[in-house]
Design a protein around this ligand. Sequence first.
Ligand code: GLA
Length: 392
Amino acid sequence: MTNLTQEFQSIFHTTASPQYFFAPGRINLIGEHTDYNGGYVFPASISFGTYALGRKRSDRTFRFYSLNAPESGIVECDLNNLSYQTVHGWANYPKGMIQYIEQEGYPIGFGADILFYGNIPNGAGLSSSASLELVTGVLLEGIFDLKIDRLQLIQIGQKVENKYMGLNSGIMDQFAVGMGKENHAILLNCQTLVYDYAPLELQDYEIVIINTNKQRSLTTSKYNERFQQCQQALADFQKELSIHSLGELSIEQFEKWKHLITDPTNQKRAKHVVYENARTLEALEELRNNDLKAFGQLMNASHLSLQSDYEVTGIELDTIAETAWQQEGVLGARMTGAGFGGCAIAIVHQDAVTAFKKNLKKKYQDNIGYEPTFYTASIADGAKEITEGAIK
Ligand code: GLA
């Protein structure tokens, strides 16, 4: 943190001390591509995330700098002009947050100097963008002395993603990053936004995060295509059924009425959503019963469904999941997040982690041609202001 303070002071040519904020990234244990379908998700916030150091200015200029993107230099804009600009790249996320927070009626009035530093890889499916949105949100609250209801801040983050950045994502990422709780996962009903924390007691097991290191391309359009396909499937059901989202359907209802979906691809997409939703509720039960084995099997089934029905895995994530399933001491493994590359997670016995990583690394390197990266994360709190003494 001392280093970050020094960076802040040298980049912005000041001797003043900034305030510090942190927002985590997240993993999703199960419940994938269900959030924008009004279904259940089961994410947890992790100890990797984004730090932001900020100080209010006396004029209306915002200056942003990211230690992760030094090539962008200082990105500068005025409070009067916060519109999206391609050339501003990553800085559009904080700009969008400032714009929408003001629009929601919170007076900002002045500019600020803000330094960002993130230790989650960008675009790896661990919610680096929601982390950036929420850390900006809590920073603005902190330095401008605003009191924003946490759920509203989360919804503003989602709006930045949907309206400012153009990705039709659901609310899971912002919710997990904003509401995370140490050693707990969150069961969230994305239609009603009713949620519950579940202790994540993994006994002798740990969660290993595996990054495919695949460069993702066209993610936005493929993601939005899945969104559209689900919308179409819902519209087909609505010809006969009075439902608001695919998340309201039970497996029995789906099987009874699936003929209403005219396009076979859309039918597969909807099938994934309905079955994944049921798996997510079952997974919570298994966790509460301390049946980690059954929990792991549901994770595996989730991956298979994302592979064959939702078609968002790809050879990299499939190689990781399928290799993981064959390893000693692995209870379950699946892709996490949007897919199309990004990260997978595996629940691995502590004694087996070293061999797991070694074997997986070899197999992945042989099949894919480059190495994966491993992270061991703990489950941490959601976005907040931090004091220097609290930094580990
Ligand atoms: C991304 C989106 C989320 C969610 C997941 C898939 O992370 O931001 O809203 O849809 O993909 O479950």
